[in-house]
Design a protein around this ligand. Structure first.
Ligand SMILES: Nc1ncnc2c1ncn2[C@@H]1O[C@H](COP(=O)(O)OP(=O)(O)OP(=O)(O)O)[C@@H](O)[C@H]1O
Ligand SMILES: [Mg+2]
Length: 298
């Protein structure tokens, strides 16, 4: 079941800035990563999903409701974590969370208290004296505490220390298990790779690529570096993998294969006398960086 749908969404701020003709849809229970360089249009898209602004063209809907016309109804079941948080300085964390609970008419702080404990945050201090990470935690709790089915999270771990980032990842995994539908914008590839089912890459306001993470993880080329003890083995393998890189002086080879070729690869090497065999890591980061750097031919 499709929960979030964006069709031909355009918001033109002029001067080639904004979002142009973006279409994507997110299924129930999916975690969708929204990735792209600064100024690409991630926050603009999320703000329009929240109905804060009217699109110039196209339609955005959540659970079949129009994000602009039905924004008040939609908000009840959506948790939004803005990219730039602005909290009232003069309130304590708890006063603020209670106020939000009252405005939402939820009258249930059970989950909020659980999250306060989970993120180890002292909510009795005034927001103005909180650190960036503490404020971020308050904003996270605000987005999650009414237990919404849909979460729109704009760079959720920005300002969190590595331990808290890990805790956040665990929280998202458990929310996903509860069937929540989540869109998450991030610049942290590791976070994206641990959490997302699919990733959309946006650049200069245009959605340039959508990737199924499992496909990417399995289809990824893996490169192995090998050093042979003798020249005969080196030459034999060179004959079998003519496209690989070979360095005769060192009897070394760099051979790239996909997972489905692994058995053949191992049996070809089985009779060789090797000095070492190691995998050269291709990270998802390398894959995504190509899009950041603007290489269109990937
Ligand atoms: N209200 C606005 N008025 C004019 N231009 C805007 C407005 N909001 C966003 N923009 C422009 O639209 C583009 C997309 O901005 P957006 O904030 O969506 O990017 P982003 O992908 O979230 O970037 P970042 O990674 O830096 O958060 C930018 O060029 C930005 O300057
Ligand atoms: Mg942003």
């Amino acid at each position: 079941m499709q929960v979030i749908s964006i069709e031909n969404f355009t918001k033109d701020y002029g001067d080639n800035k904004g979002v142009f003709d973006v279409s994507l849809s997110i299924e129930q229970g999916e975690v969708y990563g929204y990735l792209g360089p600064n100024g690409a249009g991630k926050s603009t898209t999320l703000r329009h999903l929240m109905g804060f602004s009217k699109p110039d063209l196209g339609n955005l809907s959540i659970s079949d409701l129009d994000c602009w016309k039905d924004k008040t109804t939609i908000k009840k079941d959506v948790g939004y974590l803005p990219g730039e948080i602005a909290l009232p300085d003069d309130m304590t964390g708890m006063e603020y969370l209670k106020l939000i609970d009252k405005l939402r008419k939820t009258n249930d702080l059970t989950y909020a208290y659980e999250l306060i404990e989970y993120f180890e945050i002292d909510t009795s201090v005034k927001i103005k004296s909180m650190s960036k990470g503490m404020k971020q935690k308050i904003a996270i709790i605000m987005a999650f505490m009414h237990n919404p089915q849909i979460l729109l999270l704009d760079e959720p771990t920005s300002g969190l220390d590595p331990l808290m980032q890990e805790k956040f990842i665990k929280l998202i995994k458990s929310e996903k298990q509860n069937g929540k539908t989540i869109i998450l914008s991030s610049h942290i590839f590791e976070e994206i790779s641990k959490l997302c089912d699919r990733v959309g890459i946006i650049r200069k306001g245009r959605l340039i690529k959508e990737v199924v993470m499992d496909d990417l993880k399995h289809s990824e080329n893996k490169t192995y570096k090998i050093e042979f003890k003798n020249e005969d083995d080196f030459n034999r393998i060179k004959g079998l993998y003519p496209d690989a890189q070979f360095e005769a002086r060192k009897n070394q080879a760099l051979i790239s294969i996909v997972d489905s070729e692994i058995n053949d690869f191992i049996s070809n090497l089985a009779s060789c006398d090797l000095l070492f065999l190691k995998e050269e890591k291709h990270t998802l980061e390398e894959y995504f960086m190509k899009f950041y750097e603007g290489d269109e031919n990937v």
